[in-house]
Ligand binder design. Structure first.
Ligand code: C2E
Ligand code: CA
Ligand code: CA
Length: 735
């Protein structure tokens, strides 16, 4: 186009000369208009344009050409173009120009263009680097159009870039902290510095080319993946975490890791700074040890033993945990008559005696003063490390207590004093579920008082505990399984419904179906109280079928009554067992058919963990389900190992953010940023995002701000029976 305009101008200029001679005044007027128009086009161009005659003399030039050479257009006209080319480049340009002219006249292929880069001399003696293209024009009046583009700025930038790259390389390799460049697309280490190699006791060659995941502690993969997802999505450009890296000897180094993203030749790279903080961590561990241990005996202290017992109680079956409360009988006397130093020494001796008869898995703590606590752990059935006398058969805290009591019978010699000390011990076991550490301790303490009252140096079991244990045969796994079979045959296993709310409109759009067991003796049981056992007994399929059938029937009933909930969808939970069951698909099809509900109104929720249990099987099962027309959501998102890629593999349409993340929304910075990332990630993959466990208005407003699509939680409604939901129509949800 440009060349055509220039060629036009050159022809016009020539023609003008001829026509002027003929004095065709009116034609000249028209032609002048044409020239003006062409000139304006040329002057508006970002490039400098010259047209040259056959000898290389400048016939015309545009504004840009004038600016680049530092002369006016008039000054340029009539000059030889080659005079503006720097001496060094002159021969080359002349050469090219000649060849171009030759082509016009001689080559059968017709005229060619040529381009070159050279220094253009300006009036002030300076020069600009230009990129030139030369185009031959005109057959009858041969000439050349030269187009120049100033590239000196561009050149300077690339020189600066090169210098920056050199500086970076230098900084990288001489940095005292470990550094690695990691390609974001596949996690491969593109470069690593000597400090990192030293830290991990590997060579640089070993590290380069390896995946950073290979040298990351498995437990740290999840957190680093979450952070990297934010980077990949462009939400953050940098992050900082503490994580562990694998050394050659198999040990792990704790390191503060800071990652920033850069790009090299269009490839996104993570610049990773890795600073060894093992020593700091050790110092922190020493501190935390001091906070959780008694400095006199080095035993765990009161706070830490209570926490441990509580932790154990949450997973323990009844009668699996016992707490022993130990009080020394005549310690006060020793302390008062022989002084604190001797008292302290005696306590250390007692602790050592106790410790020497402890079984693995049990724990001893100093509770304060002359009180000790032992918890006897029947949950983990590890083998006995000592004589085997104690850990034979089921949990027997009385034997443990006896052994501890007797361990004090031999006298202790301190500072020349021969001391005899004895202990009164009370114990209690967790006779039912839901017992907490403080309750057990109270019971053990009460029993200890009875032991003291009965004459000291003896063991007593808490009384009411005896009564409770008899009742509790009901919860043994065996009983639960047969109970559950009976329950499934009857009306005890029922669906509860929890609404899922559209966060823009506040409407109920879906109900999650959650199983409950109306146990005749034990009251209403939640899934965590029987699903683990059902799973072990392979009964998940039956429960799932029951839920699906009942929930579909409920939806059909709502529809029959023209109830507004009839327009909502249902969300049913599927576990790994059901997902792998070949009967699932035909059953779903049949249940839909029988209820008359269309597949579109049905969602299945599958946890990340279930999806990852057997990816191949899950892929097939999900594709089949989706093929029916039902919808799929990933449940508890964020608790498994979530990677961007696997989500794309499955035909899922929504993700449910686990409530542990929603919990800290607006309070915990980390949680907010994870929820933010998950929402963006979900949306970027075209998925709907549902937040679970919305309990407070603050969480709700935060979620709406972050753009979550739907929410579910106690703030809107607890899971309730369908009959209770009916009453809720028209009740405003908190918005
Ligand atoms: P889930 O699928 O993550 O279900 C959500 C759980 O969060 C429910 O517990 C619900 O009561 C609870 N929840 C809802 N909103 C809130 C809230 O605001 N705060 C708190 N703290 N909790 C909230 P639920 O009913 O005890 O169910 C526990 C798990 O049992 C479910 O987790 C699901 O994985 C499983 N489950 C329940 N019913 C079924 C079922 O029919 N089939 C299968 N396969 N699994 C089920
Ligand atoms: Ca669920
Ligand atoms: Ca969930």
């Amino acid at each position: 186009m440009l060349v055509a305009v220039c060629a036009g101008i050159a022809a016009l200029v020539t023609a003008l000369g001829i026509w002027r001679g003929r004095r065709l005044r009116s034609s000249v007027g028209v032609l002048n208009d044409d020239i003006d128009r062409a000139r304006r086009v040329l002057d508006g161009l970002p490039d400098a344009v010259f047209s040259l005659d056959a000898r290389g003399t400048i016939l015309s030039a545009n504004e840009r050409a004038a600016r680049l050479t530092g002369r006016s257009i008039d000054e340029l006209l009539g000059r030889s173009f080659i005079g503006f080319v720097s001496a060094d480049d002159r021969d080359d340009i002349t050469d090219r120009w000649k060849r171009l002219r030759l082509d016009v006249n001689g080559s059968p292929e017709g005229p060619q263009s040529t381009s070159a880069v050279f220094e253009l001399i300006a009036r002030d003696g300076g020069s600009n680097l230009v990129e030139a293209s030369l185009h031959p024009i005109g057959d009858e009046v041969p000439g050349t159009v030269v187009i120049l583009r100033d590239v000196s700025g561009r050149e300077r930038t690339s020189e600066a870039l090169e210098a920056a790259r050199r500086r970076f390389q230098q900084a990288f390799h001489s940095a005292p902290t470990g550094m690695a460049l990691v390609r974001l697309s596949d996690n491969r280490i593109v470069d690593a510095n000597d400090s990192l190699a030293r830290m991990l006791d590997h060579s640089r060659e070993y590290l380069v080319g390896r995946s950073i995941r290979e040298i990351t502690h498995p437990d740290d993969l999840r957190i680093s993946a979450a952070e990297r997802a934010r980077i990949e999505l462009g939400i953050d450009s940098t992050y900082r975490i503490e994580q562990r890296y694998l050394r050659r000897d198999g040990e792990f180094v704790w390191a503060k890791t800071q990652v920033a993203v850069t790009e090299e030749d269009g490839v996104p790279l993570a610049i990773t700074h890795i600073e060894d903080i093992s020593e700091q961590r050790r110092a922190a561990e020493r501190l935390s040890h001091a906070a959780t241990h008694d400095s006199l005996t080095e035993l765990p202290n009161r706070a830490s033993i209570l926490a441990r017992i509580d932790e154990l109680l949450t997973v323990a079956e009844p009668d699996e945990v016992a707490v022993l409360f130990i009080d020394l009988d005549n310690f006060k006397l020793v302390n008062d008559s022989l002084g604190h130093a001797v008292g302290d020494e005696l306590l250390r001796h007692v602790a050592a005696r106790f410790r020497s008869v402890m079984r693995q898995g049990d724990e001893l703590a100093r509770f304060g003063g002359d009180e000790f606590v032992v918890f006897v752990n029947g949950v983990t059935q590890q083998s006995d490390n000592s004589t085997g006398e104690i850990r034979v058969g089921p949990l027997d805290p009385a034997k443990v207590a006896e052994r501890l009591r007797r361990s004090l019978h031999d006298s202790v010699e301190i500072d020349g004093h021969e001391l005899v000390v004895s202990a009164s011990i009370g114990f209690a076991t967790n006779s039912q579920r839901g017992v907490v550490a403080s309750e057990l301790l109270r019971e053990a303490d009460a029993a200890m008082y009875r032991a003291k009252a009965a004459g000291r140096d003896r063991v007593a079991r808490f009384d009411v505990g005896d009564l409770l244990t008899q009742r509790d045969g009901a919860s043994s796994p065996l009983r639960v399984t047969s109970d559950l079979r009976r329950a499934l045959a009857g009306e005890e296993i029922v669906p509860y419904f929890q609404p899922i709310v559209d966060l823009t409109t506040g409407d109920f759009t879906k109900f999650e179906v959650l199983v409950r067991w109306r146990h005749p003796d034990r009251g209403l049981l939640t899934p965590d109280e029987f699903l683990p056992i059902a799973e072990k007994a392979g009964m998940m399929g039956e429960i799932g079928e029951r839920m699906l059938r009942d929930a579909l029937a409920q939806l059909a009933a709502w529809r029959a009554k023209d109830h507004p909930f009839g327009r909502c969808a249902l969300a049913i939970n599927l576990d790994a067992q059901q997902l792998g069951d070949p009967q699932l698909l035909p059953f779903v099809e049949e249940a839909l058919g029988m209820s008359g509900i269309e597949a579109d109104a049905l969602w299945f929720e599958i946890t990340e963990t279930a999806l990852l249990t057997d990816v191949a099987a899950a892929t097939v099962a999900l594709r089949d389900l989706r093929g029916l027309g039902v919808h799929l959501a990933v449940d508890d998102f964020g608790t498994g190992y979530s990677s961007l890629t696997y989500l794309k593999k499955f035909p899922v349409e929504a993700i449910k953010i686990d409530r542990t993340f929603v919990n800290g929304l607006g309070i915990e910075v980390d949680d907010s940023s994870i929820v933010d990332a998950v929402i963006r990630l979900g949306h970027s993959l075209g998925l709907g995002v549902i937040a679970e466990g919305v309990e407070t208005p603050l969480q709700l407003s935060k979620l709406r701000e972050l753009g979550a699509d739907s929410g579910q939680g106690y703030l809107f409604s607890r899971p309730v029976p369908a009959t209770m939901l009916d009453a809720r129509v028209g009740v405003d949800v908190p918005f």
